[in-house]
Design a protein around this ligand. Sequence first.
Ligand SMILES: C[S@@+](CC[C@H](N)C(=O)[O-])C[C@H]1O[C@@H](n2cnc3c(N)ncnc32)[C@H](O)[C@@H]1O
Length: 269
Amino acid sequence: MSEYYFELTINPNKNYELFLDLLTSLTNNAIEELDGTLIARSEEDLSDVKEGIVQFANALNIECKITHEKKENIDWIKQYQQSVKSVEIGNFYIRPSWEEKKDDKIDIIIDPALSFGSGHHETTSSCIEAIDKYVNENSNVLDVGTGSGILAIAAAKKNCIVDICDTDDVCIKDTASNFELNEVNFKNSWIGSANKAVKKYDVVIANIVADVLAMISKDLKNSLNDNGILIISGILDKHIDRVLNKFKDLEQLELIHKNEWVTVVFKNN
Ligand SMILES: C[S@@+](CC[C@H](N)C(=O)[O-])C[C@H]1O[C@@H](n2cnc3c(N)ncnc32)[C@H](O)[C@@H]1O
């Protein structure tokens, strides 16, 4: 990428379409149209194009504001990457692939994508905290609403056997590539929710939203083994009582508050 680029703006007071046609014939670069102004950008100097437009406007006696500027190129990809930070949660270190891992931490790589779950949101980080504390090695785990797969990957890194589901098929695709990136595997995956589970689990995790958690509370509980652990999150504190009410037959082990978000850990006694 070159250090500079050139920007040509053309704002005719009439015959806009004629100027658009002329500019299109004079340059191979993409042309932006913004409120009656035509903008062409190129790493090549656009002085010749500017000269052609000036002569055209003069010949037709059309008033036209024209600017031609040399501007500093910004490496947008690099700038974006610099804005994505690693995060440390308990024994886990979650990082984008372009950052170095920490040798004394359990490494999780999540690159920014469309699916939710980079580790920065309070609900995700509280769930990771709960996984760190309550999930035993080699447990059977179901991640409901897996998003990027971050919670399931954290469990898989603790040698758990994990199943994942999400109502959004894009998440299921993203999750598969994130597992690959982290060199761990899931066992089963499906598009849908906990009601499609065909077995019971030692741990069920669901970071969704209060209303959905309340709605699927029976399915979440039905997928739990005796003595199984349920971690739910995505609950704004103003909705916590309503959600707790749906799970009052389980033992409440911990409430984790982060800002206005609450995560709850239950045991199925
Ligand atoms: C807040 S994101 C959580 C992503 C990730 N597990 C995390 O903790 O960062 C919630 C996810 O739940 C999914 N979802 C919403 N309703 C659902 C439902 N009824 N059953 C399963 N997944 C659902 C959404 O598609 C979304 O990917």
